[in-house]
Ligand binder design. Structure first.
Ligand SMILES: Cc1ncc(COP(=O)(O)O)c(C=O)c1O
Length: 411
């Protein structure tokens, strides 16, 4: 018998290969790393009470119910749930989301108005891809959600900034911004804003929608926290007031689990073709299995019951933080009193920069996020953000006491 022996050439170890700036796209290469990620590294050290992240309380994740839902999905729909899916998302989940968004007063939406995304962060990216060209302007408040700036920065956005007060973005000041910069859209987080916790008043929402029509500029209503209200009355959503002029982003990250990465874009049918193509080009579709699990978990009222549990726990934590701040913070410091969400916002006396206080806070085993990165123009040095959802009542009391000691040295 004839034996053929192939001799492979002897391989030398691969030579080093160094990537240099010229190899990269300037869009990706120039992105700044998030200061939040850097701070989170510090704040995850053992013993540090962290008010820095934006994390839901892990001990409240509905683990058992998700386990049961996962089991049911695998038993009943295993082969479909593990298969490729539609770019727009799993139809029953889209129907479910449409019903929930409509419940909050929006004109009757159907599954055709919903695109399922990998968290609302991907919704922000989809908006950037669909609308922004390099140098385009976005109108937003100062401060605003850092992750939105990161998403839009990738597409070369510039920002026309509106001031905020305790009623949200000062919408009555945006005419000159729109006239001068011709923005592609107005970006806002109207409910319990990240980072300030402030909610936009009804009057401002109505005015914003009026501006959208007057200047033909769409509104991007980023709404991850709307269902987490602990006090006062809900304000009608911008989507419910503005209809087709409004692209609303939502997510299950804060109400079920951020790790499952399921969010959505709710928009007019006219836009859905664009978003479908954007989604196809990004990742074909959102994780089919996670969509099935979320739907299976949520469909029979479990989500509503779980949201009540979260609201009770976060309400207590918010109140504990507010009480501790009144007790331990010097009276030169002010802060917001959010009606919901996960964050509140602290203002140190003008001239006191919060960032250099962070190492001292970490040394005292407590962490916060300096406020400046939430300001696209680099202002806001005397501000900082505190998260109240991810610490126990005891740790909130102790952490705020420690922060009070740090601030008392300078404020
Ligand atoms: C205002 C805002 N938009 C979007 C997101 C992103 O959420 P997701 O986990 O759904 O991507 C967050 C998360 O903190 C947020 O605060």
């Amino acid at each position: 018998m004839l034996m053929v022996t192939e001799t492979l050439p002897t391989l030398t170890p691969p030579l080093p290969f160094k990537f240099e700036p010229r190899h990269f796209s300037p869009f990706g290469y120039n992105l700044e790393s998030s200061i939040l990620r850097d701070i989170l590294k510090f704040s995850n050290q053992p013993g540090v009470i962290s008010f820095a992240g934006g994390l839901p309380a892990p001990e409240l994740f509905p683990i058992e119910s998700i386990r049961e839902a996962t089991d049911r999905v695998l038993t009943r729909f295993g082969s479909q749930a593990l298969q490729y899916g539609l770019s727009m998302g799993y139809p029953p989940l889209r129907e479910f989301i449409a019903e929930r968004v409509s419940r909050r007063g929006a004109a009757q939406l159907t599954a055709d108005n919903i695109l399922v995304t990998a968290g609302s962060q991907q919704g922000l990216d989809a908006v950037g891809r669909a609308f922004l060209d390099r140098g385009d302007y976005v109108v937003c408040s100062r401060p605003t959600y850092l992750g939105a700036l990161q998403a839009f920065n990738y597409y070369g956005a510039r920002y026309a900034l509106a001031e905020m007060d305790d009623q949200g973005m000062k919408v009555e000041t945006i005419d000159p911004l729109i006239r001068e910069h011709k923005p592609k859209f107005i970006y806002t987080v109207p409910n319990f804003q990240n980072p300030t916790g402030i909610t936009m008043s009804l009057l401002r929402r109505q005015l914003l929608v009026q501006k959208a029509h007057q200047f033909s500029v769409p509104i991007v209503d980023d709404n991850p926290y709307g269902e987490l209200r602990y006090s006062d009355e809900p304000v009608p959503s911008i989507k419910s007031i503005g209809g087709q002029a409004v692209i609303q982003l939502g997510t299950f990250s804060k109400t079920i689990s951020p790790g499952l990465r399921i969010g959505w874009v709710a928009a007019s049918r006219q836009l859905m073709g664009v978003f479908e193509r954007v989604k196809q080009s990004t990742d074909l579709h959102t994780n089919t299995f996670a969509q099935y699990v979320i739907y299976e978990y949520a469909k029979d009222g479990a989500l509503d019951r779980h949201i009540e549990v979260l609201k009770k726990a976060y309400h207590e934590r918010r109140d504990a933080m507010l009480r501790a701040m009144s007790e331990f913070f010097p009276d030169t410091i002010t802060w917001t009193k959010p009606e919901g969400g996960l964050f509140l916002w602290v203002r140190l006396p003008v001239g006191i920069d919060s960032a250099p206080l962070l190492p001292e806070a970490i040394a005292q085993k407590v962490a916060f996020v300096p406020g400046q990165p939430f300001h696209p123009d680099g202002s806001g040095k005397n501000t900082l953000r505190l998260n109240f959802s991810n610490a126990s009542l005891e740790n909130i009391h102790e952490g705020i006491k420690r922060l009070g000691r740090v601030f008392a040295k300078v404020a």
